[in-house]
Ligand binder design. Structure first.
Ligand SMILES: [Zn+2]
Ligand SMILES: [Zn+2]
Length: 373
C-alpha cells in the first residue's frame, strides 16, 4: 500500500529491517547501494559456503487501478511489477531459513535491492560489497509472471532476459515552405524511411533464430502543418541476447543508416546508452530451483518455459559479477479468480494467499539446495 520509486525505498527498507529483527535476525546491513538491505542468516554449524537470495523493492510511477482494498495509497505510484510480492516472499523465506538454521549446512545472505526499474540497483549493491564478506557462491531470485498459473514456477534454460540499450536518433533536415519541399529537406519523410529501413535490417539482415528487436516509443518533430520539420527525434530500445546481433544492429544504425539518411540530404546523429546485460541462467542454480520447487510445490507446478523474455532485468549484474545466478518465474495467473493482468499495467494484481507462500517456500528450499550442494 506504500510503494516507493526506484532509489527512494526508505520506508520499505525500514519495514524490511523491522520484520527481520522481529524474527530474531541481527546481522543486518542497511544503506547498501544507497537504500538496499543485506541480512545474513548464519549457519549454526559456523562453516560452509554462503549463497544468496535476492528480492527487489521498488515501485513504478503509475496510478493503481485494481480497486483492491490493499491498493496503493499513493497516487502516481504502484507496485505494478510485483516487487512488493518479491520482498514479501524473501521475508517469508527468511523466517523459514532462520527457523532451521541449526540444520543449515551453510549461510544464506538475503539481498533486498533498490532500483530495479532502470536505476541498476543491483549494480549499486554489488559495488557496495553485497557479494563479499562472506563471499557469495551462488544466487537465486524469482519474478512474478502473468503467463503462468498462480503459484507455479517457470524455468528458462539459457537466456531468460535480454540486453537492453537505449537508442536516440536525431535526423536533421532543412525547413522550407510545405508547398516548396524541394527547397528544403523533409526530416519527417526521412524519418519514415529510416524507421522502415531499421525494421527491414532486423528482419532481413540479422539471424531470426536469435531473438532481437528494436522498438521506437517516441517520435517528435515539427511545429506547423505547413512547414517542413527541420529536425526529428526518435527514442527507442534495442533488445538482444547475443553480442553479435547487438553489434550488427548498432553498426547498422551508426554506419549504414547514416548513409541512407545522407542520401536523402539529411544528417543523422545516433546515441546509444547501454542498459542491463542479458541474463543467462546458470544451469546448476536453475537445477537447485527446479528440485526445490518440485519438493515444495509438487512436480505438476514446475514447468520448463520454451521462450525467454525480451524484457530487461538488473539481476543480470550478479551473473556479470561472476556469481552463478538464476532467476525463475513465479506464476500469478488465475482466470477463475480474475487475476489475468500482467506486470507494468495499472490493473496488475495477484492472489497473495497462493503466490506468496509458493514463492517463499521455493526460495527457502532453493537456498537449502544451493548451500548443500
Ligand atoms: Zn518491471
Ligand atoms: Zn520487475
Amino acid at each position: 500500500m506504500y510503494p516507493e520509486p526506484s532509489m527512494e525505498e526508505h520506508e520499505t527498507a525500514a519495514y524490511v529491517v523491522e520484520r527481520l529483527r522481529e524474527m530474531g535476525l541481527d546481522e543486518i546491513r542497511t544503506g547498501v547501494g544507497e537504500t538496499g538491505v543485506v541480512c545474513l542468516i548464519r549457519s549454526a554449524k559456523k562453516r560452509g559456503k554462503t549463497v544468496a537470495l535476492r528480492a527487489d523493492m521498488d515501485a513504478l510511477e503509475m496510478t493503481e487501478e485494481t480497486g483492491a482494498e490493499y491498493a496503493s495509497r499513493k497516487p502516481g505510484l504502484m507496485h505494478a511489477c510485483g516487487h512488493d510480492g518479491h520482498t514479501a516472499c524473501l521475508l517469508g523465506a527468511a523466517a523459514i531459513l532462520h527457523g532451521m538454521r541449526e540444520r543449515l549446512p551453510g549461510n544464506v545472505k538475503l539481498i533486498f535491492q533498490p532500483g530495479e526499474e532502470g536505476s541498476a540497483g543491483a549494480l549499486k549493491m554489488i559495488e557496495d560489497g553485497c557479494l563479499e564478506r562472506p563471499k557469495v557462491s551462488a544466487i537465486a531470485a524469482l519474478h512474478v509472471f502473468g503467463d503462468l498459473q498462480s503459484g507455479a514456477i517457470g524455468l528458462n534454460r539459457g537466456y531468460i532476459t535480454a540486453q537492453t540499450d537505449e537508442v536516440r536518433l536525431t535526423i536533421k533536415g532543412v525547413s522550407a515552405h510545405a508547398a516548396r519541399p524541394h527547397t528544403g529537406v523533409d526530416s519527417i519523410s526521412v524519418a519514415a524511411q529510416a524507421l522502415i529501413a531499421i525494421q527491414q535490417f532486423i528482419a532481413r539482415h540479422t539471424d531470426p533464430i536469435d531473438r532481437r528487436l528494436v522498438t521506437f516509443g517516441i517520435i517528435e518533430g515539427g511545429s506547423r502543418s505547413n512547414i517542413l520539420a527541420p529536425e526529428v527525434n526518435l527514442s527507442g530500445t534495442i533488445r538482444t541476447f547475443e553480442p553479435k546481433s547487438r553489434a550488427a544492429i548498432i553498426n547498422f544504425l551508426k554506419k549504414d543508416l547514416r548513409k541512407l539518411v545522407g542520401a536523402m540530404g539529411a544528417k543523422l546523429r545516433v546515441s546509444i546508452e547501454e542498459g542491463y546485460p542479458p541474463l543467462r541462467n546458470d544451469d546448476g542454480v536453475l537445477d537447485a530451483i527446479q528440485v526445490a520447487a518440485r519438493e515444495t510445490l509438487g512436480e505438476g507446478r514446475v514447468h520448463e518455459l520454451a521462450v525467454p523474455s525480451l524484457g530487461g532485468e538488473d539481476f543480470a549484474f550478479f551473473a556479470k559479477a561472476g556469481v552463478p545466478a538464476a532467476m525463475a518465474r513465479l506464476g500469478v495467473l488465475d482466470e477463475a479468480k480474475g487475476f489475468v493482468s500482467t506486470v507494468h499495467r495499472s490493473d496488475f494484481d495477484f492472489d497473495d494467499e497462493v503466490v506468496l507462500p509458493a514463492g517463499a517456500a521455493t526460495l527457502a528450499q532453493t537456498a537449502v539446495r544451493m548451500v548443500g550442494s
